[in-house]
Every structure is written in structure tokens, then in C-alpha cells.
Design a protein around this ligand. Structure first.
Ligand SMILES: Nc1ncnc2c1ncn2[C@@H]1O[C@H](COP(=O)(O)OP(=O)(O)OP(=O)(O)O)[C@@H](O)[C@H]1O
Length: 624
């Protein structure tokens, strides 16, 4: 006789097969180690020398990429805590369209640091309140770290845009950034309306055509479809375009009817009226002035014949999204029935033509003032084309961010080191246990430049210590200066009406102080003050020129010597950094606050067998 083993507590309430985890060790530390593993997977793809991954998704589609968003999307992650990070990554992608890897890595590093503090005995509420304080401090510090701006007057300047978005392309397509940033900037700027700054990432379409190389890629103002036209006419210029959401065919009734034909005459005349109706409809469309007819439904042989007779170029589009985009691009209204369009309802194109790019036939609708531009990408393989498309997507998203906010921070890890330093300073001022949380955040930020250096094959510890020294030296100089005798002169200057006296303690404050001194000197015509400002500025510049120091010093991907990211035009958008901070801290807090994980048995019967007769990875799926 078998013994009955009683099940107690939660297990008793739940269906058999429910998984249940409890306690700090099982829940928090286990979640942290899973998330760290996720971070370890994506971190090697961070930055310009990030490695590619081959990811095969659940339908056996292959992805070759270093884009974290794609990796995370295609990996079917099941762990509930890791799913939180996946959600944060998705949110980062939704908000900014870039910076996903940074977000995942920051979350993983915060949790890694938190684990150490928890094991040392810090309570979760203390850690959480510290992280919240760190988040607030970080958000307010970020504002002061802007090093470059592209304001609304410059947003139509292709060179200014190109300069600002280049770094986002470098990290995906190192070596191709010059060409890509140029083509993306031109395409984005060309779609901006004349009267306002409005931009949607959907305004830039990508048409991938295999063959040739990247340099053969080009921008087409308007839409390009990889298809062939139905009609004999394949090339029109200055064309009015009529768009219909219905088939170019006889009207079909919804109900079926029976017709009794009594003689041959009736049989001959049966379809005549319908044919005449279709003929008249096509004729009316041609007479309205349209030269091109775009149909969302099927095109019958008869309809095509009439269109050819009337000299109409006929194109069929299958997707309703393509119809909508084309309508937006050429300024047309999509009509539901084959009625002659009014002048307002017709769109206009400079050219509609069939082209052969490589050995692919495309039909392009070109209009110089189009609100949509298409980038035709060329490369040898589909995987390279897909990766190029993702790089274009990052560039376009960065342009969109510029239309929302003009501020950029220094890239190449300079921002992270500077923010870590500011957070450390802030933590020193906090007296309670909060300071541990803030310091933790500062430490977590150091992981990003460290990884950037490691991926470039450099010694990460050496690079990070140099970076920190470079960022600290300016402060050191400011403090030295405040204590010096010369500061007395400037102090006097600052006591003049209209200027505030403040001991400069950061590079930014030194800059502001020099500016104020110059302004005051000019206002009061004081030669002494002007001389003092010059001396101060010279001293500061000399100090900087002796060594590479400053808040914009970042990782140099070519050598272990550092570089000035701002001078070399390596910028990241401020909104990317803000969202990374918010999402990473909030996700880490959410995970730290969990004390139980209860997973119900997965619903549904056995998995449908694979269509290709099994898969080498099936064993792993069985585990669930
Ligand atoms: N030439 C460069 N030298 C040094 N750092 C660079 C250079 N180009 C880009 N970077 C840095 O690389 C980092 C971005 O890398 P990457 O694009 O791989 O990460 P991400 O944007 O967080 O992730 P993803 O694009 O996959 O969502 C940024 O911090 C950027 O400043």
C-alpha cells in the first residue's frame, strides 16, 4: 500500500505542477544571478567592438546581430524576474529606440552590487530607499552633463544632424558611420514639414535589396515597393494618382443569386451591363486626370485591359499599411469604390516608374516634397541587410529624439564616469543608510565604460582607473584654485552687483565663472578683471592640455589612451540616458522587493510537433 504524502500550505491550494520559490536565497539571489547571466549575454555586444550573436528564434529564423533589443525580443525568456528586465528593455526601445543594451547592463550591475550589500546585512528597505534617492540625484545631475545641443534652427541642417547621430551608428556599423549618418540625416531632414518640426520614425522606410555594396544605397523621396506593375505603362512623370481600396473588377454582390437564362441572346448579354459599368468607371477615372491607378484589391483581366486602353498605369498593393503610407506620402485620399476622384482626392508624384535595382524590380513613387522617404539599402547578404536596417533604425530614432530634446551628453563612457562621480559626491553628503544605495548606483555605472573598454580588447581596470583620474583632476584643479591666492581677485569680481559669489567646484562651474568674469569685465570696462579672467582661463586650459582631463573624457576604442568624446563628436542623447537610469533603477527595486515567486503550471496541452520533424533543441523545451 502506497503512503499518502500530505501536501500543505500554498501547494495544497494550487494545481499540481505549480512552482513555488520563497526566501531571500531562492527568490532574490536566484533572480539576481539569472539577470546577471542575461546581462553577461548582452554585455559582450556593447559598443563599437561588440560581438555579434547568432540567435535562432522559436520559428527557426536566424538573426545575426549585436543589437540587444533584437536579441532580447527573439530569445524566449521564461524566468519571471528576467522577464522584468525584458520588459524594461522593451520600454527603453519604445521610448528611445536605442540604448537597450545599456539599460539591461545597468540593471544587471545594480543588482550585482545590491547582492553584495544584501549579503553584508543591509536590509532591503534601506537599499531601496538609497536607490530611490540615487535615482533622484542622478536625474537632477544628468541635466548638468549636457555637452552639445542641436536646437530647432539646426535640425534642418544635415551636417549638424549627422554630427549628432554619428556615434549611435558607430556602435552598430563601425567604419560605415560616415556614409550611413549622411544618408539618414538627409532622409530625415527631407521629410520635415516646412511649417513645423514633426517627425515620426515611420516617415523613413527601408527597402532592402540584395547585391552590390553599402555605397550603392540611396535615398528615394517617396515610397518604393518591391513589386512589378500590372499595366503596360511603366513610367509616367508629373502624374496624378488615384488610390482605391477595392478591386479593379466588377462589383460582386455579397449574396449569391440564381439567374435563369432562357436563350443564347440572354447569355450573350448577361455580363454586358457589368462590363459597361466597369468600362465607364475606369473611363471616368482616366477623365478625372489621373495617370496612375493604385488598387488595394485584385485587378481583373478586364479591368487591366480597360486601364491599358485608357493609358492608366496600374499598381496593386497588398498591404493596407502600404496603402496608407503611400497616400500620406503623395497626399492622396484612398477611396472605397471605383468612383472618379476629385482634384483634392488625387495625389501627385513627380515620377512613378518601374526600376531595376540589382536584379530586383521595384516600383517607385517619387515626389520631391514627400513626407516619407525611402532608404534603399544594398548589401551582399540578407543578414548584413537586416543588421544595416537595425543601424538605420537606431539613427532614425536618434533623430526623432533630437526633435524632442536638443541636449546630448558625451559618449564613450564619459557620461557614465562623470555621473558616477557626481553620485559619489552626493552620497558623501547623505548621513543615513541611504548613502549605500547611492554609492551602489555610482559603482554600477562604472560597469558600462569598463565593458566598453573590455570589448575593445583593452585592460578594463587600467582604463577605468585612468578615466576616473581624468574626471577627478578637473575637480582637483578647481579646489586647488579656490584655495589659491588668485581666487581672492575673482572673489572680488564676483562680489560686483549682478553676479553671485560661489566657490567653483566643478569644471562646469569654472567655465561659468570665467564667462561671468568676462561679462562683468566688459560691462564695467575693467581691464584688471579681464586680465584676471584670461589668467584664470589660461591656467585652466594649460592644466587640461598637460593631460587629458575633463568631464568629457571617455574610452578610446583604438588604444588605452583616453579621448575627449565631445571633441571627437561622440555623443549620446540625453533622453536615452535618462530612461536607462529610470528603468534600470525601477526594475532593480521591483526585483529586490519580491519575496515569493509562484509559477502556475503552463496552460495548454502538449506542444504541436515541429513541422520539420523535430528540432535539436527540443529537449530543453520539454523541461518546462
Ligand atoms: N567611436 C566610439 N568610441 C567610443 N565609444 C563609442 C563609439 N561609438 C559609440 N560609442 C559608445 O557605445 C555605446 C553604445 O553602444 P551600443 O549601441 O552597443 O549600446 P546601446 O545603444 O545601449 O544598445 P543597443 O543599440 O543594442 O540598443 C555608447 O555609450 C556610445 O557612446
Amino acid at each position: 500500500m502506497a503512503f499518502h504524502v500530505p501536501r500543505g500550505g500554498l501547494q495544497q491550494m494550487m494545481k499540481k505542477g505549480t512552482r513555488y520559490l520563497e526566501g531571500k536565497e531562492e527568490v532574490v539571489f536566484d533572480s539576481i544571478s539569472t539577470i546577471r547571466e542575461l546581462g553577461d549575454t548582452t554585455k559582450t555586444a556593447y559598443g563599437p567592438f561588440g560581438m555579434n550573436k547568432i540567435v535562432q528564434n522559436h520559428i527557426e529564423k536566424l538573426f545575426l546581430t549585436s543589437d540587444a533589443a533584437t536579441m532580447i525580443k527573439e530569445l524566449d525568456i521564461r524566468h519571471p524576474a528576467a522577464k522584468m528586465v525584458v520588459m524594461a528593455a522593451h520600454q527603453q526601445e519604445e521610448e528611445c529606440g536605442d540604448g537597450t543594451n545599456g539599460c539591461v547592463m545597468l540593471t544587471a550591475s545594480i543588482l550585482h552590487e545590491a547582492e553584495y550589500l544584501l549579503r553584508m546585512g543591509l536590509a532591503v528597505p534601506e537599499l531601496v530607499s538609497g536607490l530611490q534617492a540615487g535615482l533622484q540625484a542622478g536625474l537632477s545631475e544628468i541635466n548638468g552633463l549636457t555637452v552639445h545641443t542641436v536646437d530647432l534652427q539646426q535640425i534642418r541642417d544635415v551636417n549638424a544632424v549627422k554630427y549628432a547621430i554619428k556615434a549611435s551608428l558607430m556602435s552598430k556599423q563601425l567604419g560605415n558611420e560616415e556614409f550611413l549618418s549622411n544618408i539618414i540625416a538627409e532622409a530625415c531632414v527631407s521629410t520635415l514639414p516646412k511649417d513645423a518640426i514633426r517627425f515620426n520614425v515611420d516617415d523613413i522606410r527601408v527597402c532592402k535589396i540584395m547585391g552590390s555594396n553599402l555605397e550603392a544605397s540611396k535615398i528615394i523621396p517617396g515610397m518604393v515597393f518591391k513589386r512589378y506593375v500590372e499595366s503596360e505603362i511603366q513610367n509616367v512623370t508629373d502624374a496624378k494618382v488615384a488610390m482605391f481600396n477595392c478591386p479593379l473588377d466588377n462589383l460582386q454582390t455579397e449574396t449569391k443569386g440564381t439567374v435563369l437564362l432562357k436563350n443564347a441572346e440572354e447569355l450573350k448579354n448577361f455580363t454586358k451591363t457589368e462590363e459597361a459599368q466597369l468600362y465607364n468607371a475606369v473611363k471616368a477615372i482616366a477623365e478625372s486626370g489621373a495617370k496612375v491607378l493604385v488598387c488595394g484589391g485584385k485587378i481583373s483581366d478586364l479591368g487591366l485591359d480597360y486601364a491599358n486602353k485608357m493609358g492608366l498605369m496600374t499598381v496593386r498593393l497588398n498591404s493596407k499599411w502600404d496603402m496608407r503610407r503611400l497616400a500620406k506620402s503623395i497626399g492622396a485620399t484612398v477611396l472605397p469604390r471605383l468612383t472618379p476622384p476629385s482634384a483634392d482626392e488625387m495625389g501627385f508624384c513627380d515620377k512613378v516608374r518601374v526600376e531595376e535595382i540589382g536584379d530586383t524590380r521595384v516600383v517607385s513613387f517619387q515626389r520631391s516634397t514627400s513626407r516619407i522617404a525611402t532608404i534603399v539599402l544594398r548589401a551582399g547578404t540578407t543578414n548584413v541587410l537586416d543588421d544595416l536596417e537595425r543601424a538605420v533604425d537606431d539613427g532614425v530614432n536618434n533623430f526623432k529624439l533630437l526633435t524632442k530634446d536638443k541636449r546630448l551628453v558625451a559618449g564613450a563612457g564619459a557620461f557614465e564616469v562623470e555621473l558616477a562621480k557626481c553620485l559619489d559626491v552626493h552620497a558623501e553628503k547623505c548621513l543615513g543608510m541611504e548613502q549605500y544605495g547611492i554609492k551602489l548606483l555610482a559603482k554600477a555605472y562604472e560597469y558600462l565604460p569598463r565593458q566598453l573598454a573590455e570589448n575593445c580588447g583593452q585592460n578594463p581596470s587600467k582604463v577605468i582607473s585612468r578615466l576616473m583620474a581624468a574626471h577627478a583632476e578637473v575637480e582637483g584643479y578647481a579646489q586647488e584654485f579656490s584655495a589659491s591666492a588668485q581666487y581672492g581677485i575673482e572673489q572680488k569680481a564676483f562680489n560686483l552687483p549682478g553676479s553671485g559669489a560661489k566657490v567653483p567646484s566643478t569644471q562646469k562651474e569654472i567655465g561659468q565663472m570665467i564667462d561671468s568674469m568676462k561679462r562683468v569685465a566688459q560691462l564695467y570696462g575693467s581691464a584688471d578683471m579681464a586680465k584676471a579672467a584670461d589668467t584664470f582661463e589660461d591656467g585652466f586650459n594649460m592644466h587640461k592640455s598637460k593631460k587629458l582631463v575633463g568631464s568629457t573624457i571617455g574610452v578610446n576604442i583604438e588604444s588605452e589612451d583616453l579621448q575627449d568624446a565631445a571633441k571627437n563628436g561622440i555623443f549620446d542623447h540625453i533622453l536615452i540616458k535618462e530612461w536607462q537610469l529610470k528603468l534600470a533603477v525601477n526594475t532593480a527595486i521591483t526585483i529586490l522587493r519580491v519575496n515569493q515567486i509562484i509559477m502556475a503550471k503552463r496552460a495548454g496541452g502538449p506542444k504541436a510537433p515541429s513541422q520539420r520533424g523535430g528540432h535539436w533543441d527540443d529537449d530543453h523545451d520539454e523541461e518546462d
